[in-house]
Design a protein around this ligand. Sequence first.
Ligand code: DGL
Length: 355
Amino acid sequence: MLASRLAGYGLAVATLCTASFSYADSLPNVTILATGGTIAGTGATSTTTVGYSAAKLGVEKLIEAVPEMKTIANVSGEQVFQIASENMTNDHWLKLAKRVNELLKQSSVDGIVITHGTDTIEETAYFLNLVVKSKKPVVIVGAMRPATAISADGPINLYNAVGIAGSKDAQGRGVLVALNDEIQGAREVTKSNTMLASTFRAPDLGSLGYVVRGKPVFYRATARKHTVDTEFDIGKLDQLPEVDVVYGYANAKRTPIDAFVAGGDVGLVHAGTGNGSLATPVKEALKEARAKGVIVVRSSRTGSGITARNGEANDDELDFVAADNLNAQKARILLMLALTKTRDTKDIQRMFEVY
Ligand code: DGL
């Protein structure tokens, strides 16, 4: 079965090798930047949907497997990394963002698709949402089933992402995430399920729209600033400030906070219970961290809702920042970028109310 499926790919490759991609002036030019993940994954059998290997197929194989893309865009591909996205790092983000900005400056590039593991798509998407300096569409896409699986979702997700990236209607909307026929905003999207194709949700506010026949249909737009309207510029940055996340739960200890501070972190995000609540030992440790100059942001582990300033903790007194409705992993990203601009907590709180 697997052999026939891969042969299917082979057939597609053979067909495409002879029928070269014809460049059509009438079509948009979309560049696919591949980074790895399940969309490029392979399993031992066609029913292997867990326990497969991510980041195996190169960008050309992904493109060759979807010949229909050449009817909606002139597609080119670059392999930026080949990793499972749990291994994405700040350094990967800086390299990817710089390449995106470099490509989008070119008049010959109308939009970009980034293929990516689903585990950290929401983080890469939000980071790019804050540092891409173009109104052209940037669409991040992944898959929940490997390329070798029955009903692999990668090919249709990739086709849809290219359709969005080539659409003028997707311009100026910030970075988008597109899987399972839905279009999500980078700021609000999160992976909500370990296995379902419908895993990407925006629990607070819902998706931005759908993809129908490879074309985006939008119903909403994000109200927060992004891309060309942000104050963040990573052009001259070689590294990002060290910021980590500490998780809140019953019986939580101060140990990880002390360890991160000793390790040199300049910012900490606490994923608190409920509305960002702080257990007493944790609050003490965070107060001591603040006194040493570490910037502290209170978020919530709940996955939706606003962590309100001066709600479960007196942020004015503690000189902490409240994360608004950003989850902890996204609050970390905004705090890292904020710390490239300022250490002033009032200014950082403003940023959490704007982005
Ligand atoms: N290892 C995970 C990743 O690369 C697989 C999940 C996926 O890509 O769907 O994010």
